[in-house]
Design a protein around this ligand. Sequence first.
Ligand code: SAH
Ligand code: SF4
Ligand code: F3S
Length: 483
Amino acid sequence: MSNFLDLNKKIDESRQGEVTTIKNKIKGGKKLFLESYGCAMNFSDSEVVASILCDNGYTTTTDEHEADIILINTCSIRDNAENRVRKRLTNFKNRKKRQPGLIVGVLGCMAERLKKTLLEEEQLVDIVAGPDSYRDLPNLIIEVEGGQKAVNVLLSREETYADIAPVRLDKKGVTSFVSITRGCDNMCSFCVVPFTRGRERSRDPKTILKECQQLFDNGYREVTLLGQNVDSYRWNMTSKGEIKDESIPTTNFAELMAIVAEISPDLRIRFSTSHPKDMSDEVLHVIASYENICNYIHLPIQSGNSEVLKRMNRGYTREWYLNRIEAIRNIIPDCAITTDIITGFCDETDEEHADTISIMKEVQWDFAYMYKYSERPKTLAERRFEDNVPEELKGSRLTEVINIQRDNSHIKNKFQIGKVHKVLVEGTSKRSEDFMSGRNDHNTRVIFPKGDFGVCDYVMVKITDCTTATLLGEVEEILKPSK
Ligand code: SAH
Ligand code: SF4
Ligand code: F3S
């Protein structure tokens, strides 16, 4: 991932390699060090893992050097994501030589993709656990303590960890991720996720609502509903829309968002990721009708050329995407829209690349996550097409795309100067102790001087200046909580 947001990718960039730990729940247990890479889904899963292991007597540490067990939750989305993890694992392997008994485990998408290879060929780790096997971790650890290596990479059609109360790893207590679906049934030809995460399944809405309500009761003020394709969330319905059990109400994504938004006007709702082929007007109307559902949609396009989109198996054309943009702008007039772009996909010609450039100028996304195509083993693209755009050309196309987006983002931010934004205060600014930081409805970071307000408050900020990525301003009003 993800956020991912896409929040997914914001995290991808800002939190890659970040060390996440949890406070000790049980004194005297073995010490766990947990590190997460990739998308928001992985960070959310790490909170499930922490919960499972804390319930089994483990305590956690922020200091990897005092750990008895190190678990690393990994990402396979691009080659460089895996390389980063491999370097980390090599470090741990050296540590194992100095600290016999240290257990190292790989979780997440790399575990699922590489399976036993990580144990057998590379001898890097003791445990390999795929995304659907975390309930089995306590058993896998016992196997390793008994001198075995342990693997569980079974994918499930049902597992959503719905009943597990995640241990929140983000100490600030303001924003949280809540998984609503797992897996993905789309077969975008470039993408490894269907192979690493398995079939798509939706989580019981009652458990989602309960988790969001608990977060709100514990002081959290923002939840991000997570799925690889949130628009295909469905409860008690088949993919064809048939009702599975007449005695249970059905729930689609628009209805789910409305239910969560009803918890309190003071709980902000975000969601990630929307898919252009599935994003319905019904969802847009729900966003428009709730003030607390943020006017922010991450709608990855990948390419502006319909032939490339066909090769990518994305299920929409350039025209369809533009129609969705028009629908957003009609139904939610003040909505930030962000995207993902891949440069240098198989057989991409100069003309096809030029269509990506032209759609960037036409849509003017507020923000974009941009990548060079990275061929992934077993994907449709790897089997069907040749990865034949030279690395240098992928790179120069990426630079061109990044430069255009930088200008677009700066123009969008300059346009906000003089306007007043509602901001959820998240913490002290990274750059200065005298400033606070939060995000507006559009998911843009806003920096403003400290005042008579704290974390989790909503403030109205008048924007006075900006950079390409951040807005700067002065607080005009501190909002009182809703009744
Ligand atoms: N489910 C989300 C995307 C998850 S992956 C969606 O459909 O939008 C996040 C992003 O990583 C993708 O949108 C894509 O832009 C990028 N990505 C995925 N596979 C890639 C690959 N093989 N090479 C380069 N970028 C890739
Ligand atoms: Fe990958 Fe496509 Fe699924 Fe997104 S929708 S996770 S890009 S297969
Ligand atoms: Fe997420 Fe990376 Fe897996 S983006 S779903 S952690 S491949």
